[in-house]
Design a protein around this ligand. Structure first.
Ligand SMILES: *[C@@H]1O[C@H](CO)[C@@H](O)[C@H](O)[C@H]1NC(C)=O
Length: 441
């Protein structure tokens, strides 16, 4: 009994330790260090250099001075320690199990703090702050988690001459790629954290949401958190929870009713004085089609007749649809009737598409038998939809009992008719013959 409880306690301790070890461990991340090529042109040429670098992430500031180990393929000058007091960078999605092939993505760029002239940001730098604080080494870094849903951007600062960076601002999204049906509310996640020990964190923030799609962009929301003022925008039905924004840094955007034209990229930018960090997420509105078949019900068909059946798919987005036809006979087996001929697409006022497929069905085809179920199948990124009608072919000469009986009946009637007609004819014929005989005599 004591043994058991000891083992139990030990395993409990082990489990607790394991859980803690998991949730506490911050990753060592391999990153690309990307910067504009120094020298002639001063970066105007747009040429960049890429170097491998290594980030030792930690949660607590510790100047242990421990040397950071560098693998042979990484320049020791590009090995940094990065303290993130919010522990955002210590999430599981950025910390793959040892030896896993898939790795989080990470890129670092040198960053130059500068005041912004945007209307909703300018108030943050009204009073010249602590320029001495800005004299340091600044990086902007972006991270993408293994699950493709976590994205983090940070601005970090290291006192000049050291390689010990601290996260000053981080912006996180847990919805880097969102799919939504039409007409429902959609929330795009975005939150930020500013280092409370930084002199910049006390002088306010600003948040901006922008939309971008195929080269077109527009401002959706812009909020000056210092003046508590929202900039004028044309966007309808887009909101933020301002209380949550001030209390918890929750800058999530809610679109009250998803529409087709909401498909695109959304950029959440958070500003502190002299700096900004942003995450870009993707929203796609995916709505499967509604199907209808014309004519429905189908008219009775006789063998040899060709039926034209139309399948109309409407109200779908995006424009990516495959329509095909299937037939299920009395034997319960389904077989393909092909795709039929596809029409061009039309776009409705709400941005959804419609498209149809026409099937010319030759009812003398032997595999149709006496009929069955004709189904239109629509395959769409939002799901597969089906619609069916019953097909009845009458008078088909297959080996069914009713048909055989009917045919026997018809044969009997025909036989009787022929017999009757021939009786009449043979009767009158013998009369004529008789007359002829009499004449001859
Ligand atoms: C942030 O706000 C949105 C609504 O704007 C809400 O749906 C979401 O749950 C909030 N997130 C957190 C972590 O509080």
């Amino acid at each position: 009994m004591t043994n058991f409880s000891t083992i139990y306690k030990l395993s409990l301790v082990a489990v607790t330790f394991f859980i803690q070890a998991c949730s506490c461990s911050c990753p060592v991340l391999e990153c690309w260090f990307v910067q504009e090529k120094a020298g002639r042109g001063g970066g105007l040429t747009g040429a960049t250099t890429q170097e491998k670098s290594l980030l030792y992430i930690r949660k607590e500031r510790e100047s242990s001075g421990e040397s950071l180990k560098a693998p042979s393929d990484i320049n020791p000058d590009r090995v940094y320690s990065l303290t993130d007091a919010s522990a955002s960078l210590c999430q599981q999605a950025l910390n793959p199990p040892r030896g896993s092939v898939k790795k989080p993505q990470c890129e670092i760029n040198p960053f130059l703090p500068h005041p912004s002239t945007l209307k909703w940001v300018a108030s943050l730098t009204e009073s010249a702050l602590s320029p001495i604080y800005l004299q340091a080494e600044w990086f902007s870094a972006s991270f993408q988690g293994l699950d493709d849903q976590l994205g983090i951007s940070t601005i970090t600062r290291a006192p000049t001459g050291t390689k010990e960076h601290n996260v000053i601002l981080s912006v996180t999204s847990k919805t880097m790629s969102v799919k939504s049906r039409l007409g429902v509310p959609v929330t795009l996640d975005c939150s930020f954290w500013a280092d409370p020990s930084s002199p910049l964190s006390t002088s306010g923030f600003a948040v901006e949401w922008r939309y971008q799609f195929r080269g077109n962009g527009r401002l959706i929301l812009a909020y000056d958190g210092k003046a508590d003022r929202l900039a004028d925008t044309q966007e309808e039905g887009a909101t933020m929870d301002f209380e949550g924004l001030h209390e918890r840094g929750n800058a999530s955007l809610t679109l009250q009713e998803a529409k087709v034209h909401h498909t695109g990229m959304y950029i959440c930018t958070v500003y502190l004085p002299y700096m900004l960090a942003q995450v870009v997420m993707e929203l796609e509105i995916v709505e499967p089609p509604s199907l209808s078949i014309h004519p429905s019900p189908l008219p009775l068909a006789v063998p040899g007749q060709t039926l034209t059946i139309q399948c109309e798919a409407s109200g779908f987005a995006p424009l990516s649809l495959e329509l095909s036809w299937e037939f299920k006979g009395a034997d319960g087996k389904s077989r393909s009737l092909g795709t039929g001929s596809m029409s061009g697409h039309r776009q409705a006022w709400d941005g959804t598409y419609s498209q149809s497929a026409r099937l010319e069905l030759d009812t003398s085809r032997l595999d149709l038998g006496r009929g069955g179920e004709v189904t239109c199948v629509a395959v769409h990124p939002g799901g597969t939809r089906r619609a069916s009608v019953n097909l009845n072919i009458i008078g088909f000469s297959g080996p069914s009992i009713e048909d055989s009986m009917a045919m026997v009946g018809v044969a009997l009637v025909l036989y009787g008719l022929i017999k009757f007609v021939s009786l009449i004819f043979t009767g009158s014929g013998s009369d004529e013959a008789g007359k002829q005989d009499k004449k001859d005599k």
